[in-house]
Structures are given as C-alpha cells and as structure tokens.
Design a protein around this ligand. Structure first.
Ligand code: GTP
Ligand code: MG
Length: 373
C-alpha cells in the first residue's frame, strides 16, 4: 500500500515510463515498468523531474492517534489531577536560576539531597504532598519553540523581576510570550534583600502591562522574594498551587504517552539523551517512541534527582535514553504501538524534511544565480 510502480508514477507525473526507467538505470538500478518503488525512492526519482510526491497512503495522525477529536474522547472519569508545569521567565541576571535552585534546595527530601546537582532542564518539587514541575529554560528559545508548535506545555509562568533593576527588555518579551500563549503569570519580585531594592517601583512599572497587584485593585499575584536569603519561597509555592487549583489541570494517565522535548543532547557514552515532559498518558520503559525526526525505544528514564523510574505520568519530566538521534527542544514526542510504527513515522518525517531542505537549497542557488546576473 505504501508503494507505487514505475509505470504508475510515470503516468501521474505525465512523463514516459521509459524516461523514469532510464533515470533509474543511470542511478544504477535495472527495473521494469512494474517495479514497485517505496515512497522515498519515488520522491527522490520524482524530484529529478521537478515533481513532488505526496504520500497519501501514509496517515501519520492515525498512527500517532493525535486527531483533536480523539483527545476530546477522554472520558471525564478517566481524567486525573496532574501537577502544574511552571516556567520561570525574566530578564538576564534577574535571578531565574537562583530562584529555581533555592526552591529545589528548600524542597528536596533528605534522602535525595546528594543528587540534586544534575541539570536536566526540568524537575519536580513536592510541597505538602503536592507536586509542581518547573521548566528551566535558559533564555526564551525553548518556550517559544514549544508555543510555536502548539504544545501548550506551560500552565503557569513565574515572571522574575529584580527589585533593584525593574522592568527590562526581556521582562517585556516574557510578558508578551505569556500573553500570546494565554498562560497566567505570577510575578516574583526578586532580590528584595538588596539595599537598593524598590519593589513598589516594579509594581508601578508592571501596571503598564496590565499586571496590577491585588492590593491595588488588580488580580495579579505578586510575591516579594529573595532567592539569596530564601525569603518567601513558601509563599511563592503556595501561590503556584493555588493558581493550579483554579486551573483544574487534568490528564488521562492510562494511555500511550505524548509530550514535548524540553532539551536534548548527544552523550558520548549513552547516546542521544532527551529531557521529555509527559503531557498526557504514561511513558514506560520499552515504549516505542517517535520524537521529532527520530525514533527509538525507551531504554532508561531518570528523574531530576537522579533516580531511575519505570514509568512517568502526566506533567512528569524525565531524561530518556534510547532514541536513535537527537531531537530539537520543542519537538513533540509520541509513544506508538510498536517500533515499526515509530520507524515509519520517523522515516516519513525525515523524507519530508529532506524535500524541504532540497527545495530550500535549490531556491538559494537560484537566488544566488540572480544575484550574480
Ligand atoms: P540568566 O540565566 O543569565 O538570564 O540569569 P538568571 O536570571 O538565571 O540569574 P541568576 O540566577 O544567574 O542570578 C544572577 C545574579 O544575581 C547572581 O549573581 C545571583 O547570585 C544574583 N542573585 C539572584 N537572586 C538574588 C537575590 O535574591 N538577592 C541577591 N542579592 N542577589 C541575587
Ligand atoms: Mg539562568
């Protein structure tokens, strides 16, 4: 079903079958008119004749089960409360990383205390038995990429503004990203321990962006904190949990996992390593997955505190090994029925990508040609 004969391809392209056979011969394969070509070979051959081939037999969405209609099919009784996914944003040096580190330090159970040095770009924290997942995105790239793909990863944004510096360009950028994504913001006015801290000025400046504190008649939560002295971190976490309750975040853990790639890299010893955030379903060891252009089987899953787990449910970030290549931050991942399905989707995406790259290259060379004229 996923192939086409040389004759049929020639007919659809409006060229003589002999021309295709001749081209294939030039490429080193001796074939007859009835020779079946798989999608990839057909696409490459057609490209030689400036034709594009669309693989209509290949229905990625069915394999991935990602039609929006199917998502709506979750029965209400299958949905369970999931932890909020919180992204910390703000201007350079306003203390995003320090704040995250402080929150982690203050909330890591004793047994895990030794293991928190690891940086996986995302981690979970527990407060009074309730979990919160934090995304540590250096800069805004990952957040933007994820938003662009409609992944809707983030439930709440913590906007960090240094009390001694006030609203800066990347503060504004973070505000517009969050607004565009429709994500509620909690403002953390940081560095209040500094002698020149002026939290009132920060509040004043933020009213311009419709972020008005409750005591001034608005509905934005402001928490004055010091990452350095660990001041008011509990209040910040409480506010996050409160906001999460209002949002009524739920997901169905009893189905195949899907989610987003937070970051990924190539490790010399362990191969491609991806930090994934499960958004729906449960990811398990041995699952066949497709992530961006790549596929594989989940070989290991490691949490932010370094422990190995066999399963990761909704909102949980884990480091996954077993992929054949390194996906991009912001790519989606899906667990699929088996490795064959994962491979098919991955190959389909790769050949599509190759076509895009090819057409881009030919366009560039055309442009260059015109430049020279
Ligand atoms: P980028 O990742 O580069 O955008 O910076 P960041 O927002 O993550 O800031 P980071 O946490 O690296 O902190 C920047 C500097 O501010 C460091 O020197 C911190 O020690 C300092 N800092 C962070 N929080 C506080 C605070 O609450 N009080 C004081 N006095 N200094 C702080
Ligand atoms: Mg940082």
């Amino acid at each position: 079903s996923d192939s086409i004969t040389v004759g049929e391809l020639a007919k659809r392209m409006g060229v003589k079958a002999n021309e295709l056979i001749a081209e294939l011969m030039r490429q080193g394969s001796m074939v007859t008119i009835n020779h079946p070509l798989d999608y990839e070979s057909a696409a490459i051959l057609a490209a030689e004749f400036n034709h594009e081939v669309e693989n209509v037999a290949f229905d990625e969405e069915t394999i991935l089960e990602v039609e929006p209609s199917k998502e709506a099919e979750d029965n209400v009784e299958d949905l369970e409360v999931r932890p909020p996914v919180v992204t910390i944003m703000g201007h350079v040096d306003h203390g995003k990383t320090s704040l995250l580190d402080a929150i982690r330090e203050a909330n890591v159970t004793e047994g895990e205390a030794g293991g928190i040095t690891q940086h996986i770009g995302a981690y979970d924290v527990e407060l009074d038995g309730k979990k919160v997942t934090f995304l540590d995105t250096p800069g805004h790239e990952a957040f933007t990429a994820m938003r662009a793909r409609g992944a809707g990863v983030t439930d709440i944004v913590i906007l960090v503004v240094a009390a001694d510096d006030g609203v800066m360009p990347q503060t504004k950028e973070a505000i517009s990203h969050s607004k565009a994504a429709g994500v509620p913001m909690i403002v953390a006015v940081n560095k209040i321990d500094k002698p020149d801290a002026n939290p009132e000025k920060v509040k004043q400046e933020l009213t311009e962006f419709e972020l008005v504190p409750e005591e001034w008649g608005g509905d934005t939560i402001f928490v004055e904190v010091s990452a350095k002295q660990q001041t008011n971190l509990d209040t910040l976490l409480e506010m996050i949990l409160l906001q999460a309750e209002v949002l009524e975040l739920k997901a169905n853990p009893n189905k195949r996992a899907k989610g987003s790639i937070v970051e990924a890299r190539l490790d010399k010893g362990r191969g491609p390593i991806a930090t994934v955030l499960v958004q729906d379903g449960t990811l398990k060891i041995g699952d066949a997955i497709v992530a961006g252009l790549h596929y594989g089987r989940v070989r290991s899953m490691t949490t932010a505190t370094g422990s190995q787990v066999k399963e990761a449910g909704p909102s949980f970030p884990v480091e996954v090994t077993g992929l054949g290549g390194v996906p991009n931050a912001g790519d989606t991942f899906h667990a699929v029925e088996n490795e064959k399905a994962a491979k098919d989707v991955s190959h389909h995406r790769q050949s599509k990508q190759r076509e895009i790259d090819l057409s881009r290259n030919s366009k560039v060379s055309l442009d260059q040609l015109f430049e020279k004229m």
